[in-house]
Write a protein that binds this ligand. Sequence first.
Ligand SMILES: [Zn+2]
Length: 278
Amino acid sequence: MARSAGRHAGSGCGRVIAGIIMLLECLIIFMMGAVIGSFLNVCIHRIPDGKSIINPPSACPACGKRIKPWHNIPVLSYIFLGGKCRYCRAAISPRYLLVELLTPCAGILLFLKSGLGYAFFVQCILAAVLIVIMFIDIKHRIVPDVLSLPGILVGLLLNAFIWQDCPNFSLASLVNSVCGVLAGGASILCMGVLGKFIFKKEAVGGGDVKLMAMIGAFIGGKLGLLTFFLAPVLGSIAGVYILLKQKQSEIAYAPYIVGGAFISMLWGERITTYLFPC
Ligand SMILES: [Zn+2]
């Protein structure tokens, strides 16, 4: 009896320690994610203009003054400066804060789903590229080839290996990745052709096709197809509101594809098992 009680106390203590370790890991991922989010903001701002994402250092778009490192602390600087430039007090887009919060939140969700491993590393790379593409498409209505095309190659390369103590080539994983490229790209291409036939105008942009192919390269055929089916569901929910509110005839579609990809990465296996039990 006493031995049993001791064992329970021990396992309880172990659970508390495991909980504290997980909390610390989430905290570290949050801080790293916020720093990466700050860099993603630079990418979102500069890539559409074809500018370098490394040089020059960050400056205020309104007054051009260089932003000092201590005025560029992710999340905190935006809050303490009230969303305004330190020098000219020009308003800074809330997008900066949003990306610095969204990136670490995505990182924590992926960590809780996959743990710290190779899969987490691969998913984080995709998540970072998707966040950049989503915000660029919202502002400029483009999905830059400079992100999606190399993204397809990187997705194939990363999936050609599985990591068990050391990287091992996996033909099955690579084939799944190639199927993802084909299924992702072909599904939305067919939708575009069908849309053009029915509505007599361009329904899907070429950028969305390359984006879907990139997502498929990272998450494989099954989850790539799930993303394709989830995107219009998310789009029809948000799109109707945007069309009514902004009276625009076109909406950026990449955010819905990105939303679908995140749902697929986080809960895709569960959704497909639920929908297709056999
Ligand atoms: Zn300024």
